[in-house]
Design a protein around this ligand. Structure first.
Ligand SMILES: Cc1cc2nc3c(=O)[nH]c(=O)nc-3n(C[C@H](O)[C@H](O)[C@H](O)COP(=O)(O)O)c2cc1C
Length: 196
């Protein structure tokens, strides 16, 4: 019974993620991403998980955004998934690296056209005078690219959170929840159970 401490945490995450995709949630890939810049003050926002494997958890964003600047100053982040219908939470912490240009290009090319134009049009996290200004930027880039290829903007890429700690949390009655943390060490993953 319970979460197996002998498991590989990435494989276990894969099983939980698959269950999350089958439990009726609209955005099972939605995850809170927490970052802090040089001032050490945390900020958090939702993003979408776009890939996960033994190398880490990949999300995409504008690296001139607030989160992007914070990651540049302090390349560490935390992710927190919550799949309410399953009573499950997964927390991931680790260093952040940029994905390769080839990986980012491939993902960008898979996005629908409007999202590709939108990535060019949005100077994410910077002040916007009015929604009209945003619409104007969208129209400008839609016109610029026409029906041609839309390259990945130079300020837009993927960030990979390379896990050092992964905690699996499972709801149990009377708040006696189960918590199992995997810590990465030179010898592989070590596990530790925590009081709820
Ligand atoms: C469900 C959901 C998914 C989101 N996914 C992303 C995403 O994958 N990438 C992204 O840059 N912003 C995403 N956003 C917007 C962010 O929450 C945030 O507003 C934006 O990235 C700017 O954050 P920052 O100013 O802290 O950099 C998402 C928002 C929601 C509500």
């Amino acid at each position: 019974m319970g979460i197996g401490a002998d498991r590989d945490p990435i494989e276990l995450f894969g099983e939980w993620y698959e269950a999350a995709q089958d439990c009726g949630l609209r955005e099972p890939s939605a995850v809170t991403l927490a970052t802090a810049g040089a001032d050490g003050r945390p900020s958090a926002r939702m993003v979408l998980l776009k890939a996960v494997d033994a190398k880490g958890f990949v999300i995409y964003s504008n690296f001139e955004s607030r989160k992007g600047l914070q990651i540049k100053e302090n390349p560490y982040a935390a992710l927190c998934f919550h799949w309410m219908p399953l009573g499950r939470q997964v927390r991931v912490e680790g260093a952040v690296e940029q994905v390769s240009d080839a990986e980012a290009d491939a993902y960008f090319a898979s996005r629908d056209r409007a999202s590709r134009v939108g990535a060019w049009a949005s100077r994410q996290s910077r002040p916007l005078k009015s929604l009209f200004e945003l619409e104007r930027e969208v129209a400008k880039f839609a016109l610029k690219f026409g029906l041609g290829t839309i390259p990945r903007p130079p300020f837009w890429t993927g960030f990979r959170i390379v896990p050092e700690h992964i905690e699996f949390w499972m709801h149990r009655a009377a708040r006696l929840h189960e918590r199992l943390v995997f810590h990465r060490s030179d010898d592989g993953w070590q596990t530790e159970r925590l009081y709820p």
